[in-house]
Ligand binder design. Structure first.
Ligand SMILES: CC(C)(COP(=O)(O)OP(=O)(O)OC[C@H]1O[C@@H](n2cnc3c(N)ncnc32)[C@H](O)[C@@H]1OP(=O)(O)O)[C@@H](O)C(=O)NCCC(=O)NCCS
Length: 205
């Protein structure tokens, strides 16, 4: 399996977006959207009350078994959201995908484009067999993104996730490498990984 598994994620360019490793320097940008109650409505984390919350949040997203990208417009390196693979499991070749976006940019297809590129990276470069996603049943926008990725709703897990206001049911959605090959939509293809390189090469360590 690719050594990207334990590395800083590479830059991924899509038609409109630049995805690059989320960093602590993104804390002000993250705070600007994670402090919005509308963004935090269906997330397991609570609304950020200060930039210190965003710093702690970023620390939690750049640890082992996770790859987190900041989403920015291709020519403007300001994080307007993030997409991440977490719970990476090398043995079972699977991971979970999640995402968030600044409310001002909702409904423009940005997260579908970013998540699609990350799914391609997960299957083609990491060599994963399966990606899952969980979301609250009422989160229709997230479910639509997952459907556009080609994900299949596999069921509802009763009171499976705890957050500050109690235990929540979560829907489980899954995507296999073979599903993805069928669902791929050319408009969301990755343009290339790692700026300046024709194809992504795993780190040498
Ligand atoms: C979920 C989220 C990341 C989607 O980002 P986005 O860039 O707006 O998503 P896209 O534009 O790619 O796709 C959203 C789709 O949901 C649809 N949608 C959004 N709100 C909807 C609603 N209330 N009812 C029905 N469809 C809705 C959009 O029309 C779009 O579908 P379409 O392309 O077929 O028109 C964004 O809404 C967000 O950050 N939400 C808060 C954080 C969150 O809930 N993250 C997910 C946790 S599981």
């Amino acid at each position: 399996m690719s050594d990207w598994f334990d590395s800083t994620p590479p830059v991924i360019l899509t038609n409109r977006l630049r995805l690059r490793a989320l960093a602590l320097g993104d804390a002000p940008a993250v705070y600007s959207f994670a402090s919005d109650p509308a963004v935090a409505r269906y997330t397991l984390w609570s609304v950020h009350l200060s930039e210190a919350d965003s710093v702690a949040f970023i620390h939690g997203l750049v640890g082992p078994a996770r790859l987190t990208w900041a989403i920015s417009l291709i020519d403007l390196d300001r994080a307007m959201g993030m997409v991440f693979l977490h719970s990476l499991n090398r043995h079972h070749r699977r991971a979970e995908i999640a995402f968030n976006l600044d409310r001002r940019n909702w409904g423009r297809g940005y997260v579908s484009e970013a998540a699609s590129a990350v799914a391609d990276f997960a299957f083609h470069t990491l060599g994963l067999n399966r990606i899952v996603a969980t979301c609250m049943p009422a989160n229709v926008a997230a479910k639509r993104v997952l459907a556009k990725l080609g994900m299949v709703r596999e069921g509802q897990m009763r009171r499976s996730h705890l957050r500050y206001d109690g235990a929540h049911d979560m829907e489980l959605h899954g995507l296999l490498a073979s599903d993805r090959a069928r669902a791929i939509d050319g408009s969301h293809r990755v343009v290339r990984h790692a700026v300046g390189e024709a194809s992504a090469a795993p780190p040498s360590h």
